[in-house]
Design a protein around this ligand. Structure first.
Ligand code: URC
Length: 299
C-alpha cells in the first residue's frame, strides 16, 4: 500500500558551550554552538515495524555530542562537524550517513582599559557562522560553510538605473541610494575523503577571508546593483580559497524610502536633500546567486 521514501532522524538544538583554559596565562577561550545531528541508514523498520533495535536514540546523539566535544577541539565548527559525522558512520554499521549542522554564536573578547580581558566576552551582533556537513559511508565528507545574519548598510555608493522599463514599471532610476542587506553567504568545499583531510584545512582563515571580502566589497564597490556587487564577492572568494568549489549568496534588499516633507513649510527632503528616510520591513528584494569555477579550457 505504502512505502517509506525518506527517513532521517536525530537531535536538533543541542546547545553546547566549551571553555579552554590556559592555566599558565589564565586566559580563557569560549565557544558556544547549537548542533543538529540527523542520521540515515537501515532504519526503515523503526518506522514500518516499530523495531527500535535499529534506533540510535536521539538522546544518545546528544550525549555523543557532549562526549566528543570534551574529547576534541570544537572551536573550528567544520572540524567538529566532520568528527561528529564520521563517528556515527564508523561506530554503527547500519548508519550510512550523518548530517551535522553547527551554528556558532559570537562571543567576542571584551577590551577593558585598552586590554583584552582574560575571561569576559560580549555578543557583538546576531551574526552566526554555520556549517552543514554530511559524512557518507564509502563517499567522504561534504562541507558547506556559511555566514548568516550579518547586517550591513551603506549610506551612498550604490545606484540602480538602466533596468527594464514597461507599463508595469513605476520605480525611478537612482544614481545614489542607501544599500542595506543581511548577508547570507555560503561556500561549498571540495569533497574530503576522511577526517584527516578535513583537519588539514584552515577553515577559520577561509571564513575570515570570505567575511573580509564581503565587507570590503560591500563598502568599496561603486554598486550598480545588488546582483553585480554580489557576483564580485563570489568571484573573489573562489580566487582566495582554492579548495572551495561553489560560492552562493542570498541578499535581501532592505529598502529605505525617501519621505517628501515639502507639504510642511516647503521642507526639502528628497533627492540630494534627503536625510530622513523611512526604513521598510517588507516587502524586500531578494537577490540570490551561485557561482562556480569555469571548467579549465582543454587547449
Ligand atoms: O540592486 C537591485 N536589484 C534589483 O533587481 C532591484 N529591483 C528593484 O526594484 N530594486 C533593485 N535593486
Amino acid at each position: 500500500m505504502s512505502q517509506l521514501s525518506y527517513a532521517r532522524y536525530g537531535k536538533d538544538n543541542i546547545r553546547l558551550y566549551k571553555v579552554d583554559k590556559n592555566d599558565r596565562t589564565g586566559v580563557h577561550t569560549v565557544t558556544e554552538q547549537t548542533v543538529c545531528s540527523l542520521l540515515e541508514g537501515d532504519i526503515e523498520t523503526s518506522y514500518t515495524k516499530a523495531d527500535n533495535s535499529v534506533v540510535v536514540a536521539t538522546d544518545t546523539q546528544k550525549q555523543t555530542t557532549y562526549i566528543l566535544a570534551k574529547q576534541n577541539p570544537i572551536s573550528t565548527p567544520e572540524h567538529f562537524a566532520a568528527i561528529l559525522g564520521n563517528h556515527y558512520i564508523e561506530t554503527y554499521p547500519h548508519i550510512h550517513a550523518a548530517h551535522i549542522k553547527i551554528i556558532q554564536h559570537r562571543w567576542t573578547r571584551m577590551n577593558i582599559d585598552g586590554k583584552p580581558h582574560p575571561h569576559s566576552f560580549f555578543r557583538d551582533g546576531e551574526e552566526i557562522r554555520v556549517v552543514e556537513a554530511v559524512a557518507r559511508e564509502g563517499e567522504g565528507i561534504t562541507i558547506r560553510s556559511k555566514i548568516e545574519k550579518l547586517l550591513v548598510l551603506k549610506s551612498t555608493g550604490s545606484a540602480f538605473y538602466g533596468f527594464h522599463r514597461d507599463e508595469y514599471t513605476q520605480l525611478p532610476e537612482t544614481w545614489d541610494r542607501i544599500l542595506s542587506t543581511e548577508v547570507e553567504a555560503g561556500w561549498k568545499w571540495k569533497l574530503f575523503k576522511n577526517v584527516a583531510e578535513v583537519k588539514a584545512v584552515d577553515f577559520d582563515a577561509a571564513w575570515q577571508k570570505a567575511r573580509d571580502i564581503t565587507l570590503k566589497t560591500f563598502a568599496t564597490d561603486d554598486s550598480a546593483s545588488v546582483q553585480a556587487t554580489m557576483y564580485k564577492m563570489c568571484d573573489q572568494i573562489l580566487a582566495a580559497v582554492p579548495l572551495v568549489e561553489v560560492v552562493d549568496y542570498a541578499l535581501p534588499n532592505k529598502h529605505y524610502f525617501e519621505i517628501d516633507l515639502s507639504w510642511h513649510k516647503g521642507l526639502k527632503n528628497t533627492g540630494k536633500d534627503a536625510t530622513v528616510f523611512a526604513p521598510q520591513s517588507n516587502p524586500n528584494g531578494l537577490i540570490q546567486c551561485t557561482v562556480t569555477r569555469k571548467p579549465k579550457s582543454k587547449l
